[in-house]
Design a binder for this molecule. Structure first.
Ligand code: NOJ
Length: 743
């Protein structure tokens, strides 16, 4: 629809119709008959009885395309101005073809592949009637106690920003001049603005307090990268930021988001976050909450009655200017228009591809993502597996299909999932695997509420732990090698899953110690949504592969890695601590005035723990391969001016007998500067495939601006002086360093 026509439509809207547009509820309300609605969800939300459900502008989490079609038809039939309903959903790392969790994907350092995965997700979502996805989540994280680290791209500014760009571009495709979103694409909804990933003590929904400098240098850049890539929707965060809830924070939402980043898309609150302004102690009642949120520029109220019940009287009594509501409604209409909904409210649902899921390309991309994001943490020669070997596959993840991670429960299905045993069986078709559950994945099923029976069906009954251990040890004794699958179940991470203890539960440790007593080599396969404390555990394995929550195609990708059909090349996007007491722990920290290990300090009075090392167990950027590489460079020292580019050549030699990929990481170190810089900052990376016993040469071009930083006012600064450019394969493994002087 042309802009003028849209504006003309807007001019016809009544106040009630405008208010309808800024309200969002769960799609459930349209899936029941009216009778149920009045007594069910509507009443829970607390809408006034005269609020018209038929005017609501958007819903979220209706995921069946036939249902979406039906809802849209009935909705349009009733809507006085025939403005289509906008459908949003919690698709976080896959619609039905579930990819590995974001924390895993980010560690692939393969931003093209990540974009490919997002393109497939967009395609499936589009073909199933969705318009806007509530992802990517771009909250930078440095505290693994927080359960939502699984859906974050990790601890590093560069990686998270690249990831942001890949996902947004994959979802939305290349926008044309009108900024419309073409078929097979959907709008990205980035979240949670801002700094939700830094809750105090890692406790869910807790307050965030940080300097403006830290906000600008570390936490804002991933959101900003997504905005630069034209993300259409932003979701606010639940947390306070420096004393003001993010959802009503004018500095964040009006100044930083809209003014500095020129964001003219839709800002939606997180679930019930407007009403929670009252619980925060920032608004005295729901009316004030509605007022403060709209004043801060929040266009859509998700799942409360604040806007629905309060905006009319606020506007009629002149406590809120009509213009504020108008700007919100206009933005929502523009988004609907950019999605082409006025021309076709059934976008994606009328083509032959409607309802299509799990295509061959989507599944193949998911396999590649598993292969490139799993991390080989340790390998004392037990991997890759040799054929034929008698394998005992012990632990519930041998056969469990509950490997999709928390968020996939919204649109994914474990029934589509390939388990590890199924994957291995494809490699060893004539060999019997000695399968044993080993321990119960869940202690009980009570937390599943109404889904309890379905989960029992999928996961089987709870067995006596001691009998499971006995059986596992028996099977282990008959085998040449043990594959021990372990870690967290999918309910242990994700939203609302903060943890104070990150070590392995006693029952898993006990089983592992018993298996160790058999003297058989043990390969660990770790399923988790967060870095765990593996300090003792890692010593019990000969080899250890981290597979995170690998998604629908996990069993295939993992067995490709175990058997050497694929060569591990994933890296850690988040540090693994040695102990919880080290948290927050991340590689890009600052130096203290008394760093450990300096010669003129007595150890006692240096910055250290008396009972634990300062270093993590596995640092950011770490990950092993079946190949080994040597890196050389031709570069001498560089002298240049700010803004210049310089280049150097790298030769990567694969000294092993197997083809492999190395992830080269480029870090900078700045000498003394006006604002103290972290000890090391990642500014670039390159994945390089090198055939066995061969060398690959690449030319690396560096923009000297990447050596700069952002100051408190948000300005980019590149100081003159000395820098070092580090060529590394992990944050703690530097191969070469180039000296740079900016003159
Ligand atoms: C709350 C979560 O914080 C957010 O990420 C999600 O998109 C909404 N709920 C909607 O389910």
């Amino acid at each position: 629809m042309k802009k003028e026509k849209l504006e003309a439509l807007f001019q016809t809207l009544t106040l009630e119709e405008k208010i309808g547009q800024v309200v969002q509820v769960s799609g459930n309300v349209y899936m029941e008959d009216k009778q149920t609605i009045d007594t069910g969800p509507l009443q829970d939300i607390g809408f006034h009885s005269d609020f018209q459900l038929d005017l609501i502008g958007s819903v979220y989490n209706v995921n069946d395309w036939r249902q979406i079609k039906k809802i849209q038809t009935e909705y349009l039939h009733k809507h006085p101005k025939k403005i289509p309903l906008l459908i949003m959903a919690d698709v976080i790392y896959g619609f039905r073809t579930i990819n590995p969790i974001p924390l895993a994907q980010a560690g692939s350092f393969d931003f093209e592949l990540i974009q490919k995965g997002a393109t497939e997700t967009a395609k499936e979502s589009y073909r199933n009637g969705l318009h806007v996805l509530f992802s990517p989540m771009l909250d930078l994280v440095r505290d693994p106690r927080w359960g939502r680290v699984m859906e974050s791209p990790g601890e590093d500014v560069y990686v998270a920003s690249q990831y942001a760009n890949s996902i947004v571009t994959g979802y939305q495709g290349e926008l044309n001049e009108e900024k419309t979103i073409e078929e097979d694409h959907v709008a990205a909804g980035i979240k949670h603005f801002a700094a939700y990933g830094a809750p105090e003590a890692g406790r869910e929904y807790n307050s965030v307090d940080m300097s403006l400098l830290k906000l600008r240098q570390t936490y804002l850049p991933p959101y900003e990268a997504a905005l630069k890539a034209n993300a259409k929707l932003v979701m606010t965060a639940f947390n306070l930021l420096n004393g003001i809830p993010a959802t009503a924070n004018k500095f964040l939402n009006r100044k930083i988001l809209r003014e500095e980043n020129n964001f003219d898309g839709v800002l939606i609150s997180d679930f019930a976050a407007i009403e929670e302004l009252v619980d925060h102690g920032y608004a005295k009642d729901k009316q004030t909450a509605a007022q403060k949120a709209l004043e801060a520029g929040v266009d859509i109220d998700m799942m409360t009655s604040c806007y629905a019940n309060e905006l009319q009287s606020l506007i009629e009594s002149d406590q809120l200017p009509m213009e504020l509501l108008d700007e919100a409604v206009r933005r929502i209409l523009v988004l609907k228009n950019e999605l082409g909904l006025f021309e076709n409210p059934y976008r994606g649902l009328e083509a032959e591809t409607a309802g299509e899921i799990l295509t061959a390309t989507a599944k193949q991309t998911a396999i590649e993502l598993v292969e490139k994001s799993s991390v080989l943490l340790k390998n004392d020669q037990q991997l890759p597996l040799e054929k034929p070997e008698k394998l005992a596959v012990i632990g519930p993840y041998g056969t469990s299909k509950l490997t999709l991670g928390f968020w996939a429960s919204v649109t994914g299905s474990p029934l589509d999932t390939i388990s590890l045993a199924e994957g291995l069986q494809q490699h060893f078709p004539n060999q019997q695997l000695l399968l044993s559950k080993g321990y119960n994945l869940f202690d009980d099923y009570e937390a599943f509420g109404p889904l309890k029976e379905a989960v029992i069906q999928l996961n089987g009954p709870i067995d006596a732990e001691n009998e499971l251990v006995q059986e596992a040890v028996e099977k282990a004794k008959q085998a040449d090698k043990i594959l021990f699958t372990f870690g967290e179940n999918f309910m242990e991470s994700g939203e609302g899953a903060s943890k104070a203890h990150l070590d392995l539960p006693e029952k898993q440790l006990h089983l592992l110690r018993e298996l160790k007593k058999t003297g058989k080599p043990i390969v660990g396969i770790l399923y988790t949504g967060r870095p765990l404390v593996l300090t003792e555990v890692a010593t019990l394995f000969d080899s250890l592969l981290l597979v995170w929550y690998p998604g629908t195609m996990g069993g295939i990708g993992i067995s490709n890695l175990l058997t050497g059909k694929a060569n591990p090349s994933g890296r850690l996007a988040m540090t693994f601590p040695r102990a919880e007491g080290q948290i927050p722990i991340y590689y890009a920290h600052h130096s203290t005035g008394r760093p450990m290990g300096t010669s003129n300090q007595q150890p006692r009075f240096t910055s250290r723990y008396t009972d634990e090392a300062n270093e993590p167990l596995y640092p950011f950027g770490y990950g092993l391969s079946y190949s080994s590489f040597q890196i050389t460079t031709d570069s001498a020292a560089v002298h240049c001016r700010a803004g210049d580019t310089f280049s150097f050549k790298l030769a990567i030699q694969n000294t092993s007998q197997v083809d492999g990929e190395e992830v080269i990481q480029f870090y900078i170190q700045a000498a003394a500067s006006e604002i103290v810089r972290p000890v090391q900052e990642l500014v670039g990376s390159k994945r390089i495939f090198v055939r066995a016993k061969s060398v690959e040469e690449v030319e690396i071009e560096v923009d000297s601006n990447s050596l700069g930083y952002v100051n408190e006012s948000g300005e980019h600064v590149l100081e003159k002086g000395s820098y070092r450019y580090l060529i590394a394969t992990s944050s703690d493994n530097v191969h070469k360093s180039i000296s740079i002087v900016i003159e």
